[in-house]
Design a protein around this ligand. Structure first.
Ligand code: TRP
Ligand code: ZN
Length: 458
C-alpha cells in the first residue's frame, strides 16, 4: 500500500496540472488507491461510489486485441482532487474525460489515476469515459490459478474472482462497490460474446456481430463476465425463468437449459425468490482453467457441469452474488453456503442425505491439517478456495441447523437473503442475524466453528 502510494504520487507529479490547492472545491483531496481489503489492499478505490458501467468492447480472438470504451457513472463520497480506477498498465489508456472534459491520467501497476480538470465536490454525480486498448492477459492469483481474461482456442474464458476484472476493464473492483452494467461487445460473426443479464440486441454487419447485454441488478465486478467462443446460443423462457445458455461445440451438454428451473425452483422454496431477471450458463471448453465461477445470472463452466456443480453455482446467485461479503476474508459466506446447497440438492435428488454429506466431511481425523483453518479466516489470499472454506463452512451451517432446528435454520437463510439482497454483509452480521431470528445466543457454537482452529465437538 505504501509502495503503491509513492508510485502513484510520482506518476502524478510528472503531469502538468493545476495543483489541487488552486481548485475552487474546498478541501478536495485524492481518493484512496485501495479499498483496504486485508487480502488485496490495492483492490478497489476510495472517494467515489460507482453506479453504472457502460462497456463497449471490440475483440478479435485472432489477434487477441481488445479495444474498449468504459463509461462509468459514479458519485463522489468526498471532495475529490483526483481518483483511481483499477486497470492493469499492460492495457494502454488513450484518453480520459470526466463529464465530457479532458482529464489527465497516469497508469502505474494496476492503478489508473484520473485527475479531472476541476475538482469534484462531495456528493457530485459524474461520468468518466476511458478509451483503452491492448492485448489483455490473465492474472495469476496468489494460489497459482488464472483469473481474468483467459484466452481459449476459440475466444476467451472470462472469470474474475478475485482479481481478474482489472485485466480487461477499468473500475472500482472491490466487492463492496456494486453497480449495474451494460455490455456492448463486437466479435467476428463466427463467435458469440456472452455476458451477464438479459440479451437485448444482436446485430451483424460486415462479418462482425455486436451483442448487447443488460445487467440491471447491482453486481460486484468480480462477477462480471464477457466470455467469447464459437458457442451455440439459446434464449428461451422455461416456466418462470428466462434461460440463456451458451455451449461450446466441443462439449456435450444435453438439456442444459432445462436443468436450471428445477434447481432454481427448489432453492427459491428454501432461500426466497431468485434475485435476477434471467438465468442460464456458459459451458466453455477450457480444460486448462479448472474451475467454474458463479458469474452473475449466468455461471461460466470450463466443461459441462454435473448436478452438484450446477447446484453450487446457482446457489451462489443468492449467496455470494445477491448477498456479498464485505471482504475476501469472509469468503466462507459464499463457498460454505454454496457447498451446503450442493448437499441440499443431492439430498433432494435422493443421491445422498445432507447428514451423510456432513458425516463424510466431519470424519476427517482431528489431527488433520484441515481442522487448523478456522472457517471465517482462511489465513491469506493463497487459501481463498481451500477445502476448509467450502467444507468447514458447510459444516458450520449444518451445526447451526442441528442446534436451532430446521424451521429456524431456513428462516435464518431466508432472512439473510432478504435483508441483504443486492448488498454486502460480513460474518458478524450473519452471527447477529442468526441470533436474532433464533431468539437465543449462539456465541459458543459460532466461535468454535468460525473462529477457533481445531475440530469442533458435536
Ligand atoms: N468461486 C468458485 C466456486 O467455488 C471457485 C473459484 C474461483 C476458484 N476462483 C478459483 C477455485 C480459483 C479454485 C481456484 O464456484
Ligand atoms: Zn463456489
Amino acid at each position: 500500500m505504501k509502495r503503491l502510494l509513492a508510485l502513484t504520487a510520482a506518476a502524478f507529479i510528472t503531469l502538468p496540472l493545476t495543483p489541487a490547492a488552486a481548485s475552487p472545491v474546498h478541501g478536495a483531496r485524492p481518493g484512496a488507491p485501495g479499498a483496504g481489503d486485508p487480502y488485496f489492499p490495492e483492490q478497489g478505490n476510495g472517494g467515489y461510489d460507482a453506479a453504472h458501467y457502460d462497456l463497449t468492447l471490440d475483440y478479435d480472438p485472432a489477434t487477441g486485441r481488445l479495444q474498449g470504451l468504459a463509461r462509468i457513472t459514479a458519485r463522489a463520497t468526498q471532495a475529490l482532487s483526483r481518483f483511481n480506477l483499477d486497470l492493469v498498465d499492460t492495457l494502454t489508456v488513450r484518453s480520459v474525460t470526466v463529464d465530457g472534459r479532458a482529464a489527465a491520467h497516469a497508469q502505474s501497476g494496476s492503478e489508473l489515476v484520473v485527475t479531472p480538470a476541476r475538482a469534484l465536490p462531495r456528493g457530485r454525480a459524474f461520468t468518466t469515459a476511458i478509451r483503452y486498448d491492448g492485448e489483455p492477459v490473465h492474472v495469476v492469483d496468489p494460489d497459482g490459478s488464472m483469473d481474468g481474461w483467459i484466452k481459449t482456442s476459440d475466444g476467451v474464458y472470462n472469470a474474475n474472482e478475485p482479481q481478474g476484472a482489472k485485466s480487461w476493464f477499468p473500475g472500482n473492483h472491490h466487492m463492496t462497490d456494486k453497480a449495474t452494467h451494460r455490455f456492448t461487445v463486437t466479435v467476428p460473426s463466427t463467435r458469440v460474446a456472452v455476458a451477464n443479464g438479459d440479451l437485448v440486441r444482436r446485430t451483424s454487419r460486415a462479418g462482425r456481430t455486436t451483442y448487447v447485454w443488460n445487467s440491471r441488478e447491482p453486481m460486484a465486478n468480480y462477477l462480471a463476465t464477457v466470455t467469447i467462443g464459437a458457442f451455440s446460443l439459446t434464449d428461451t423462457r422455461i416456466g418462470r425463468y428466462r434461460v440463456t445458455t451458451a455451449v461450446d461445440p466441443q462439449q456435450s451438454a444435453p438439456g442444459f437449459a432445462e436443468r436450471h428451473p428445477p434447481v432454481l425452483d427448489y432453492f427459491s422454496g428454501l432461500f426466497g425468490p431468485y434475485p435476477y431477471s434471467s438465468t442460464g450458463g456458459i459451458v466453455d471448453h477450457a480444460p486448462e482453467v479448472g474451475y467454474a465461477l458463479e458469474t452473475q445470472t449466468r455461471p461460466v463452466y470450463p466443461g459441462a457441469p454435473g448436478e452438484s456443480l450446477l447446484a453450487h453455482e446457482l446457489a451462489h446467485q443468492w449467496f455470494g452474488n445477491s448477498v456479498t461479503p464485505t471482504s475476501w476474508r469472509d469468503i466462507w459466506l459464499n463457498e460454505g453456503f454454496a457447498t451446503y446447497a450442493e448437499w441440499l440438492w443431492s439430498d433432494k435428488l435422493g443421491t445422498r442425505t445432507v447428514q451423510e454429506s456432513f458425516e463424510e466431511a466431519y470424519a476427517r481425523p482431528a489431527d488433520d491439517d484441515f481442522w487448523q483453518t478456522p472457517t471465517a479466516d482462511p489465513g491469506g489470499p493463497q487459501n481463498l478456495f481451500h477445502a476448509p472454506v467450502y467444507d468447514r463452512g458447510a459444516m458450520t451451517l449444518h451445526a447451526l441447523r442441528g442446534t436451532v432446528g430446521d424451521r429456524t435454520f431456513f428462516a435464518i437463510l431466508r432472512a439473510w437473503a432478504r435483508e441483504h439482497r443486492y448488498g454486502n454483509a460480513d460474518t458478524a452480521a450473519f452471527v447477529s442475524l442468526a441470533e436474532r431470528v433464533a431468539g437465543r445466543r449462539l456465541g459458543a457454537l459460532f466461535d468454535a466453528w468460525l473462529h477457533q482452529p481445531g475440530k469442533p465437538s458435536l
